[in-house]
Design a binder for this molecule. Structure first.
Ligand code: AMP
Length: 397
C-alpha cells in the first residue's frame, strides 16, 4: 500500500509518498510560491538527482497535478500510475471541538474544516484547498484528515478550559487545543516502547523544541496537558513567538505605540521569542547561540530564558502527572542541540535524573541520553509527522 502525505501551507505544498510495506519514503518534495509568480516544484527520489520544475502554479490544484506528474515521471518517478496511490493523508491544523481523531474526508468533514477557518486562518483554508485539489486530481482515492489538534483534544477540561466567562466557550469554542499534536502523539507512543514503559500507565513528557516549540504530558499515550492553547502562541518561548505572556502587555503596547490588537498579536507571533529577546539577532537558535558564545548579553538572556521555560513546564507536568517515567526531546533543537538538552536537564536533578554526557553528543537520531542509574529515562526520538500521518491514514482506509 502506497500513501501520499500532503502538508499544505497557504503558498506551499510538502509531500511524501510512503510505501507502507516497509514504511520507506519513495519520494519527497516541495511546491513553493503557489499563487505567486516564480512557482517551483522540487522532487527527490532515491538514486536520482533532484527534479526541479519551474512552472506557474496559480493554485493548489495545479500544484497537485504537477506532484502527480513527478511521481509517475519516466525518469524521476517512483510509480507507474497514480492508481498505485491507495490513499492521501492530509495534515489539517484545526478541527475545533468536533473531531478528536483522524477521519476519512467527506462533505461533513470539509464543512468542519471550513467552519474552523477563523480558528486556523492561515492553515485551514490551505489544508482544505489541498484536499479539494486531490479530490479533483485523483477522484475516488480516499482522503484522510489528520488534525494537529487531535492529541490536545484528549486533555481533560481542567487543563483545556481557560478561566474566562464560560459563554465564550459556548459561543466561540474558545479553549486550549494544543498543536504539534501529530508529533506529540507519535513521539510519546514511540517512547513507551523505546523506554520499555507500561503502555497503559507510562508517564511521558515530550519536548518538541523547534522553531515552533511545545511540550506535552501524557499517560499511556493519552494527553494530560500540552503547552499551546487556542493558537500556537501560548506556552514555551519559540523562534519568533513569545509564548506565555500577561495579556495586559498587549493593551499596554497598544496604548503606548498606537497599535491595534492585531498588530501587537502579529509582533507576539512573528517578532518575539528568541528573535525579539535577543534584540533581533535571529529566530534560528544556532545564530543566537553563536552570539551568546561571543558574549552578547541579550542573546545569553534569550537562550537562558528558553531553557528556563522548558524546565519550568517539565516541573509543572511532573506535578500534573504526579511523576514522570520518560522525558523525550524532539524536533530541530531537541534532536540536535546538546547544550540546550544538557542545560534543561541540569534543572532536573531533583527528579534523580543523570545524563550521560557522551550519549548526549548524539544528533538527529534515537538515543538514550540518561545514565542507567537515572531515576527517569531521558532520550531523543526524532519526530516523523509524515510517517505518523501515513500510519493514521492506513489505519482508516
Ligand atoms: P524545526 O522547526 O523543528 O525545523 O527546528 C528548527 C530549529 O532547529 C532552528 O532554530 C535551528 O536552529 C535548530 N536546529 C536545526 N538543526 C540544528 C543543529 N544541527 N544544531 C542546533 N540547532 C539546530
Amino acid at each position: 500500500m502506497k500513501i501520499l502525505v500532503i502538508n499544505c501551507g497557504s503558498s506551499s505544498l510538502k509531500y511524501q509518498l510512503i510505501d507502507m510495506e516497509n514504511e520507506g519514503v519513495l519520494a519527497i518534495g516541495l511546491c513553493e510560491r503557489i499563487g505567486i509568480a516564480g512557482s517551483k516544484l522540487t522532487h527527490k527520489s532515491e538514486g536520482n538527482e533532484d527534479m526541479v520544475v519551474e512552472k506557474e502554479m496559480p493554485n493548489h490544484t495545479v500544484a497537485i497535478k504537477l506532484v502527480l506528474d513527478a511521481l509517475v515521471d519516466p525518469k524521476y518517478g517512483v510509480i507507474k500510475d497514480t492508481s498505485e496511490i491507495s490513499a492521501v493523508g492530509h495534515r489539517v491544523l484545526h478541527a475545533g471541538t468536533i473531531y478528536s481523531d483522524s477521519i476519512v474526508v467527506n462533505e461533513d468533514v470539509k464543512k468542519v474544516i471550513r467552519d474552523c477557518f477563523d480558528l486556523g486562518p492561515l492553515h485551514n483554508p490551505a489544508n482544505l484547498m489541498g484536499i479539494e485539489a486531490c479530490e479533483e486530481a485523483v477522484p475516488g482515492v480516499p482522503n484522510v484528515a489528520v488534525f494537529d489538534t487531535s492529541f490536545g483534544m484528549g486533555m481533560p477540561d481542567k487543563a483545556g478550559m481557560y478561566a474566562i466567562p464560560h459563554e465564550y466557550y459556548e459561543k466561540y469554542s474558545i479553549r486550549r487545543y494544543g498543536f504539534h499534536g501529530t508529533s506529540h502523539k507519535f513521539v510519546s507512543n514511540e517512547a513507551l516502547t523505546y523506554c520499555d514503559l507500561d503502555h497503559k500507565n507510562g508517564k511521558v513528557i515530550v519536548c518538541h523544541l523547534g522553531n515552533g516549540a511545545s511540550i506535552s504530558a501524557s499517560i499511556g499515550g493519552r494527553c494530560v496537558d500540552t503547552s499551546m492553547g487556542l493558537t500556537p502562541l501560548e506556552g514555551l518561548i519559540m523562534g519568533t513567538r513569545s509564548g506565555d505572556i500577561d495579556p495586559a502587555v498587549v493593551q499596554f503596547i497598544c496604548n503606548k505605540e498606537g497599535k491595534s490588537v492585531n498588530e501587537v498579536l502579529d509582533i507576539l507571533n512573528k517578532k518575539s521569542g528568541i528573535l525579539g529577546m535577543s534584540g533581533g539577532i535571529s529566530s534560528d537558535f544556532r545564530d543566537v547561540q553563536k552570539a551568546q558564545g561571543e558574549g552578547n548579553h541579550l542573546a545569553d538572556i534569550a537562550i537562558q530564558a528558553f531553557i528556563y521555560r522548558v524546565a519550568k513546564y517539565i516541573g509543572s507536568y511532573v506535578a500534573a502527572m504526579n511523576g514522570v517515567d520518560a522525558i523525550v526531546f524532539t524536533a530541530g533543537v531537541g534532536e540536535n542541540d546538546k547544550p540546550i538538552r544538557g542545560a534543561v536537564c541540569e534543572y532536573l536533578g531533583y527528579l534523580g535524573i543523570s545524563i550521560d554526557a557522551e550519549a548526549n553528543k548524539a544528533r538527529g537520531k534515537r538515543v538514550m541520553i540518561s545514565t542507567p542509574e537515572s531515576k527517569v529515562k531521558v532520550c531523543v526520538i526524532p519526530t516523523n509527522e509524515e510517517l505518523a500521518i501515513a500510519r493514521e491514514t492506513k489505519a482508516l482506509v
